[in-house]
Every structure is written in C-alpha cells, then in structure tokens.
Write a new protein. Structure first.
Lengths: 426, 346
C-alpha cells in the first residue's frame, strides 16, 4: 500500500470562466460546477460564494468541510463506496489543493444541541484564530433541495454535492507538477532497521450509536455502521476518503477535512518518518448503544490492537457526546490490562466548569488524558459585513453581533485531534 | 488595603501547647508574619487587626469562634483576610480554612491562607478557597509569605489568577479553557510516548473519586412493597408542563399514572437531547416499565406501584444539580413510605 499526496498550495480562490489552477490561485467556473452538481435531481439549485481568511464574513449552518482532492489515474477511487466502487482507499496519487476548502451549508438550522446557528464558519477575529478553518480559502456551496425531500435524502444530497465539488476542484491540479509531494514510509511491514521502536496504534471512533444513523447515511466506504464491528484500517484509508463524518450535528466535532488531514494519524506518521516510533496501524470503531454491544466492541477493538497490530501503545479518540467516553475508557482499560500504554482524548460536557463533573470515567490505568475544552469559551462576535447562508432568516440569525460558543465555531472544539483548546484546571 | 490576619497562639508568640485552650482574642496592628505581609504589600497595606486563637479552642468551638471572628472582620471593614500560614499544623489549618470559607461566603471579600498538602484543612477547604502550598517547613516563612501576598494582591485587584502551579496554590477544581500551541493530536502522541518511555507526563484532566454508596438491605416482602418508578430518560407528559430542560436539567417532575395500565406514546414526549428517543416515543413503557409493573401488581408479586412516576433528564448535568435532585427525590420517596424504587436510564 503506497499513497502519494501531491501538494498544490492554494492562496486564493476566484470565480472565472474556466476551472483551473494558475499558480496558487484556483479559478472556479461556477456554471460548470453547478451543471455537475445539478445532475443530482434532489437539488433544484446551488449557489456559490467565496470566503477568504481575515474577511469579516460568517457562513452557516455548516454541513461539512472538505479539502479539494482528486485521485490520479491508476489509483484507488475518489471516496470509494460513495462516489466510486468500494475498493480499498489509499493507493496511488492524490492531488491535494492545500489551503482550499469546500464548505457545504445546510438549508435550515439543525436546531438541536448546536442551537439556532448550527456550526458557523468564522473568517476573522478570535474565533477564526482558534480554528484551522479560519485560515483556509473556502468555496462555499449553498444548496437548495427539492421541496418535501425527507431529511435523510436532503442530507445525502449535501454529502454528495460536497464530495463531488471537492473532487471536481481537485482535478484542476491534474497536469500540474506539484511544488511538493508526500509519501509516507511504509508501515506494513516495517523496515528491518526499525526494529525496537515502540509500535503505536490509533483507535478512532467514527460514529456513536447513541443515535441511529440516517437511512442511507454513508460513513465507512458507503455504509452507515449498522452491525459494524471494530475493523483494522490502514492509516492511508482514513486520509484518502474511506471515512466520513455523520450527518448528526449533535454528534459534532468531526469534518471530512480532518479525516483527510487526520491530526492523530498525520502526527503518528510524522514521528514514524522521524524514527521515533513505528506506526502500527489503526482500528476504526463505534461507540455502542448498550452495554452488551459495548462489551463486544471494546474487546474486539483491544484484541485487534494487541493481536493484529501488535502495538505497544495506542491513542484513542471518541466521536459524539457523553456515552462514547464509556467505550473509549473501557477499550483503553482493556489495553492497559494487557500492558499496552494508552492516551485518550476527551471533551468536557458539563456546564459547571468543575473537575468533579468533567470526566465520565475513573479507571486508575487510564491516566493519560488530553482534554479538549470548549465549554467555557465563548466570544461576543461583531456584526459580520458579509453573511453567507441559505435563507434570509438564517442570514438574520447569523449577522450578529451575537454570543458565539466555541462549540459552535466549526473546528474549534474538533474531536479528531485538531483542537488547540485545552481545559486547564485551576 | 485594610487587612485582618488570623494566627494561632503559637505563631502569635503567645505560647505553645499549654496555651492551646485560649479563646479568640484580637490585637491591634500586625503581629509576627503580619509585619512581613505589610512589608511585602507596600505602604498602602495595613494589618488593622490580628485575631489570635488557641488551636484547641478553635476546633472545639469552631462555629462560635468563626462567628465572632467574622463579626470583628465586618466591623473593621476589611478588604482582605489572611490566615496562617499554617504549614502542617492540623488544628490551625482547620480553623484557618473554616474562617476563610465563612468570610468569603458571608462578606464576599478575598481570603488567602497557606498550608501543606498533608494538612487536613487543605483537603477540607481547597475547593472553596485559595490555599497557598506552604510545604511543611516553617523556616520558609518568607517564601510562603511572598506567594501569599502575590495571590492576595491579584485577588484584591481582581486580576485573573494563573494556574495552580504558576501561582502556588492548591488546585480548586475549576476548569477554564486555554488555546495552546499544540493540537490535541500532538499532545496525545507526546503523552503516549512519555508513557511508553516511562517519562513523567501531565494528564490534562484528573478523575474524581466518589465515596461508595452502601448497598441497602433487600426488600423483605415484595408482595407488600410499595414501588416508585423514577427515570432520567426525560419522559414528560405532552407539553412538558414542568419545562424540564433536555440538557443540564435543573428540575424534575411527578406525573400521575394512577388510572393507567400502560403508558401511551401519544400522551408523552421526551425532553432529553442525548439519545435516540424514537423507541420510547413508540412505547414509553420501554423507559418507564408500568405495563409489567401492573402485571406483577395484579399477580400479587408486588404490593403496589405508587400513583406517580418521577422524571428528569440526565444529560450533561453538573453533579451539583444531580446531587440536589437526587436528594429531593429520595426525600419524597421517604415521605411517601416507598419500599423500593426502580430507576431507569438510557
């Protein structure tokens, strides 16, 4: 398995009469892209907008953010199981428009625990500085679906449009030689001269069964995790389109962009390259709906880390809300009992900002905890000069000035490992 | 800055163990460490009053001593109360902690004390007040005083404190977010590698330990027992009459089920944002099992089901809320003479 990322830096996006890459500027032919997206008959219209770093600009509610990428010839498919056949992801060449993003909006506020604004893309000020997304150049897609479309079909239309647009833009890099490219040292099998380095694995939850996935929801190679057991994945599969976040915003903190640029996986790769460790591989798992499933899933996951990946250490991250901490900590506990060292990432969900309410488990073995805060950070944001949203009502909600919780600013309290927030104990 | 300082008999220079029974006394001006405090805080700071009390007297008559001390502090209109430093003197630490906690809650003025980690006063009061880590060595009086006054000055000037390590106090258990240079992914890899190499690492969160709940004796005779059904799954009558919040609920409700053989989906809704409620919506008995309880009641297997069930929403709720609601529910069950409670969660 070998993946080469050809990196094309993007410093500007503009609309133009043809979609092309010119230096570090990406020109987008809006009519051409619209024609492509409207092939999906669930959509009756799409609008586009551009948001640049530093602009007084706010967009939302955000459905997903995707890095424009396209697979080269003789490579694995783009988003296998969704846009292409469900062949193994992570082979061949991927053209990456680094610094650019496709940001897919929703037509209505999700109205659940994310509140009336949903996830917001903020391009200036402190909230933008707290999110990687504040420094990207966004092509924003405002979808308009057929009336009376059921929720799941509506969201599937958003998903497909976002991914198609990302691939379409990525193809602008075809026939351009990239200023840089990345090929990671093979992890499997590791080179002989790497013997003795600690083997470190990653165990990532990709969904939480505290919710049923929507009908037709596509999370792993096009399936919705129904009946899923923990499964070993090559790290390149995560980076190359095998895994997508759920539609459920209440289970937030994950976007396609940070699967493509997975913060834990890329960091493990970096240190693998630096010969500090051997990247042992990954396991994709889910948080369970009940204890019976939890027992089975946690054991499967820890057995895979131990017997298949033969790891000495593992990093675990969760997906969703409070319950997934149980699966996370139980898996870590099982690993620790067989001598595999762990570090886990949690979020603080209680609103009293007190240590006594923060942690949802207490195993003496599970003692290396990274805590992404979010609950005690909010900003009073000014009126935005430009608001991008699907309806006048949403624009009004988003215009400001308003109080914006960090959990609502997309990217700030990310659960995939991208967050720079840290809960400090005073 | 008007300061009142609390000392035990020993540090006030009155005497040792033989004087531990002396009642609360107040001396004008600074005594012992108080002079050092004045010096460190500068010209503007004056210790108006030094309260002195024997260690035994203070712990044996704590309530009375604290009340009298608070009264004197109120009278002199202090801006700041300092107690100690107590180092590892246990009785001294308990008295200093109790006094500081009372002053803070009753007079809302800044308080600072200092103790060693082993001092029982630290464990008792660290969550309520700022306690500087004095260590156990009283010869370090000057260093400890510097830390105490630095903290005091910040509290008086309302400058946000640094981390416990930075400002030398014992962790109180408050969480505040901070943006850091490294992403969570980088922090995770750092931490796991430190663990693998056996190097020290600092966990970003610490677990809370809870005292175990004693298992009550079993119900002697189920056929005579009165049952109460309680859920934290957020089941409420249509319209949510008590407006129980779907997250971090501060309220709970009691809902009549007297004339009811089983719960019907059309009569109820769910106020809980943390689970997929469709199955409970179809049949609320899946959450509050009234149907099977009625069968058992008819069969004579249980005595009776109480005419109301209790409900709240158990999502993202601070412990302070859940403790209070739990106590209120237990109190109600006790008053009603309930023999057994079935608690269902999601």
């Amino acid at each position: 398995m070998q993946l080469t990322l050809e990196i094309h830096p993007i410093e500007n996006i503009q609309f133009g009469d043809s979609t092309r890459l010119q230096g570090t500027t990406l020109f987008v032919d809006a009519d051409d892209l619209r024609r492509l997206l409207l092939e999906d008959t669930s959509l009756i219209g799409v609008e586009f907008d551009i948001a640049q770093p530093g602009e007084s600009c706010r967009a939302g509610p955000v459905f997903d953010i995707i890095e424009p990428r396209a697979k080269g010839p003789d490579s694995s498919p783009d988003f296998p199981g969704i846009l292409g056949p469900p062949h193994t992801a992570g082979f061949g060449t991927t053209h990456v428009l680094e610094g650019a993003a496709v940001t897919m909006l929703r037509e209505k506020s999700p109205g659940d625990s994310r509140g009336a604004t949903g996830y917001v893309l903020e391009m200036s000020g402190a909230p933008a500085a707290g999110s990687r997304y504040g420094s990207l150049h966004h092509l924003i897609i405002i979808p308009h679906t057929k009336p009376e479309l059921p929720d799941h079909a509506q969201q599937k239309a958003y998903r497909l449009a976002g991914l198609r647009a990302a691939v379409y833009l990525g193809r602008a890099a075809f026939n351009h030689s990239p200023p840089s490219s990345v090929t990671f040292d093979a992890i499997d099998p590791p080179a002989k001269d790497r013997d003795g380095l600690p083997r470190v694995a990653y165990v990532g939850q990709i969904f939480s069964r505290q919710r049923k996935p929507e009908l037709d929801e596509q999370i792993l190679y096009g399936i919705g995790t129904d009946g899923m057991l923990p499964v070993p994945l090559h790290p390149d599969e995560w980076l190359d389109g095998a895994v997508l976040p759920s539609y459920h915003t209440s289970l937030g903190g994950a976007e396609t962009y940070f699967y493509q640029n997975h913060p834990v996986i890329t960091e493990l790769y970096r240190r693998h390259q630096g010969r500090e460790l051997n990247f042992a591989g990954t396991v994709a798992t889910i948080a369970s709906a009940n204890n019976f499933d939890r027992e089975r899933n946690c054991r499967f996951a820890s057995n895979l880390v131990r017997s298949v990946l033969k790891a000495d250490a593992a990093i675990l991250t969760k997906f969703g809300g409070g319950v997934p901490h149980t699966d996370l900590s139980e898996t870590a506990r099982l690993l620790e009992t067989v001598g595999i060292k762990t570090a886990v990432q949690v979020t603080d969900l209680a609103r009293d900002h007190k240590v006594e309410s923060a942690l949802l488990f207490n195993f003496s073995e599970v003692d290396a905890i990274v805590c992404v805060g979010g609950n005690s950070t909010s900003w009073r944001v000014a009126r935005a000069e430009r608001v991008i949203a699907a309806s006048p009502e949403l624009k009004e909600v988003l215009t400001g000035p308003l109080e914006m919780e960090s959990l609502n600013v997309i990217g700030v309290a990310n659960q995939q490992g991208a967050s720079r927030l840290r809960a400090m104990v005073y | 800055m008007r300061i009142v300082h609390y000392l035990n008999q020993f540090f006030a220079g009155v005497g040792g163990e033989e004087s531990a029974g002396m009642p609360l006394d107040s001396l004008k001006g600074a005594v012992g460490p108080g002079r050092l405090f004045e010096q460190l805080l500068g010209d503007d700071a004056k210790v108006l009053l030094t309260l002195v009390c024997g260690d035994n007297y203070a712990v044996e008559n704590q309530e009375e001593m604290v009340a009298a001390a608070v009264q004197r502090i109120r009278e002199v209109k202090a801006d700041l109360v300092i107690a100690g430093p107590c180092f590892q003197a246990g009785r001294y630490g308990m008295a200093a902690g109790a006094l500081c906690a009372a002053v803070q809650s009753q007079l809302s003025i800044p308080v600072v004390t200092a103790m060693s980690e082993e001092n029982p006063g630290t464990d008792l009061y660290r969550e309520m007040i700022y306690i500087v880590d004095s260590g156990t060595n009283a010869a370090k009086m000057r260093d400890v005083a510097v830390m105490m006054m630095n903290l005091a000055q910040k509290l008086v000037d309302k400058i946000p404190l640094g981390l416990p390590k930075e400002d030398g106090y014992f962790r109180r258990g408050f969480i505040r977010d901070r943006f850091v240079e490294q992403t969570a992914g980088q922090r995770l890899v750092d931490m796991v590698m430190a663990k693998v190499k056996g190097e020290p690492f600092e966990s970003e969160m610490v677990p809370t330990t809870f005292s175990p709940v004693r298992m009550p004796p079993g119900v002697k005779d189920l056929s005579q027992a009165k049952f109460l059904l309680i859920t934290d799954g957020g089941l409420v009558p249509k319209g949510n009459p008590d407006k129980i919040q779907g997250s971090a609920a501060t309220r709970w409700g009691s809902y009549n089920i007297e004339a009811c053989d089983n719960l019907k989906g059309e009569d109820y809704e769910i106020s809980h944002g943390g689970y997929d409620p469709q199955f409970v919506r179809q049949d609320p008995d899946r959450l509050v099992p009234l149907d099977v309880m009625r069968e058992l009641e008819r069969a004579g297997a249980i005595g009776e089901v109480y005419e109301e069930f209790l409900s709240t929403s158990g999502l993202a709720n601070p412990l302070s809320n859940t403790r209070r609601m739990g106590r209120e529910m237990a109190e109600k069950a006790k008053q009603l003479g309930i023999d057994a409670v079935i608690l269902t969660s999601t």
